[in-house]
Design a protein around this ligand. Structure first.
Ligand code: ADP
Ligand code: MG
Length: 469
């Protein structure tokens, strides 16, 4: 036997080689479609003495692997390396915090139920925070986004040197803002046009800032962000109501801007409509080039699904792609979600993907609240109309009875009618904590049960919200 073949030399092997060996070993043991759906899209990222780091496309994907193929992965790795390697997964938490990465660890050494712990390793929070999967090449262009893409490419090719500084990209959820933002970073890094690039979501920025205050390290915080050639800041609508964070950002912004460093921002609405943002910040954004991304038309939706299928090596009949693209119109993330679900079904039931299966999956998908047809803005609109409380008050700090009640009711409906996480809902209400949302929902439930008058008003708003579908 080859002495070098196991444990001790694992670290010397190229991680890609180890992973390719794994794939070769697994391929004959599972149905082809299962292999193509669940193993081929996994990317090996790094290998150390005791860890193999794998990247999977999304959280659903991770859950699926975890519940179906954990054993085979563990067995294969042990067989091939002879060691108790720890497998770590990087997952994109698409639904929750807009692409903030989390890591999920599963250990080979403790094959019990306790071996799956979700840990934030923090390792991906440092450095560039760029996701290499989001590039210009796999961003499908249609009339809905072509201007935004052109601006993004221009900025990536000449960071800080075009008049597009800052560049602001705005558009509804799931339409590709984060993809484009990250693609700018990847392009600038790959061509060496910007050496230091960072991507950060606004809530991570806020959390980092709060941590810096607690540790008395705001100077370090500021110095850190000022050190980049390119700052990519996602979802600035979540800055609303956060005065201190805005203040801090304002100074970082000015400093970068004056030194011709590139700044790119995204938001889910026009800068002009951003409430709860300081005037001076708004005026900075207004002088920016603002480009929007509109919902994609049918052809673009089809092209996106085709591209995704090709990228993942999936063989999905055209009629199925067209069927999904025709029926899911709201956003691209949900379109992708429906496709993954379809693959999951076919893999689990070991049946071919046909129109019947697609219809079944789509019915469930639409019924499960995944495809959120009701926006949080329309909910806030209905509730604010019923209470005569305006939106600024609803997301602001006032706690009079009327305002507090309207806020809690709107939070409740947001939980019921959108697929946003509690955390994200909190962010939409002036950056409140997820526990505040939980409390609001409980409060509304008991009030509906106990007070007929409240219950009546509640039903009225509910009907109104449902009629917006
Ligand atoms: P947003 O940040 O606007 O909410 P994302 O950038 O997260 O949306 O996009 C949601 C998903 O849709 C991502 O998986 C992204 O890769 C995909 N996507 C969005 N636009 C496109 C596009 N034009 N071409 C290919 N994929 C896209
Ligand atoms: Mg996003």
């Amino acid at each position: 036997m080859d002495n070098e073949g196991s444990l001790n030399t694992v670290q010397n092997l190229d991680c890609q080689a180890v992973w390719n060996n794994c794939l070769d070993y697994i391929r004959p043991k599972v149905p082809t479609q299962t292999f193509d759906t669940w193993f081929r899209p996994i990317k090996a990222i790094s290998l150390t003495d005791d860890e193999l780091f794998l990247q999977v496309p999304n959280k659903f994907f991770y859950d699926w692997i975890d519940s179906h193929y954990k054993e085979i992965l563990h067995r294969t790795l042990r067989e091939l390396t002879g060691s108790g390697l720890l497998i770590k997964y990087t997952v994109l938490l698409a639904e929750d915090t807009e692409e903030k990465r989390d890591s999920v660890t599963s250990s080979l050494n403790e094959p019990s139920l306790t071996n799956e712990v979700i840990v934030k390793t923090g390792m991906l929070e440092k450095g560039t925070r760029i996701n290499e999967g989001y590039i210009f090449d796999n961003f499908v262009v249609g009339s809905c986004n072509q201007f935004a893409k052109a601006a993004a490419v221009a900025v990536a090719n000449a960071p800080g040197k075009t008049s597009f500084n800052p560049l602001v990209i705005y558009g509804g959820t799931g339409l590709g803002k984060t993809h484009l933002l990250q693609a700018i970073g990847n392009e600038a890094l790959s061509t060496g046009r910007a050496m230091k690039v960072t991507y950060v979501s606004s809530d991570t920025f806020t959390l980092d800032f709060i941590a810096a205050i607690q540790k008395n390290k705001t100077t370090d915080f500021s110095r850190y962000y000022r050190s980049f050639d390119m700052l990519l800041l996602d979802d600035i609508q979540f800055f609303q109501g956060k005065e201190q964070t805005q203040e801090q950002f304002f100074h970082i912004f000015n400093d970068l801007y004056q030194r011709h460093r590139q700044i790119v921002l995204t938001t889910d609405r026009q800068p002009m409509e951003l409430r709860g943002l300081q005037e001076r910040l708004l005026s900075r954004f207004q002088s920016a080039l603002t480009v929007d991304i509109q919902p994609p038309d049918l052809e673009t939706r089809i092209a996106i699904l085709q591209q995704k299928a090709m990228h993942d090596g999936l063989d999905i009949p055209y009629e199925i792609i067209e069927y999904l693209a025709t029926n899911i119109r709201s956003n691209i993330r949900e379109l992708e979600g429906a496709m993954i679900r379809l693959l999951a079904y076919s893999s689990l039931l070991q049946v071919d993907i046909d129109l019947g299966l697609a219809q079944k999956v789509l019915r469930e998908f639409l019924g499960s609240g995944h495809a959120s047809l009701i926006s949080i803005e329309s909910i806030q609109g209905v509730v604010s109309g019923s209470y005569k409380v305006n939106l600024d008050q609803m997301i602001g700090k006032i706690r009079t009875k009327e305002v507090a009640e309207a806020r809690m009711v709107a939070m409740y409906f947001a939980r019921e009618y959108t697929n946003l996480s509690l955390k994200t809902i909190g962010l939409y209400f002036g950056g409140r904590d997820h526990s505040t949302v939980v409390h609001a929902c409980k409060w509304v439930e008991s009030k509906v049960a106990e007070e007929p008058q409240f219950s009546q008003r509640f039903s009225f708003m509910k009907n109104k919200i449902e009629s917006t579908i």
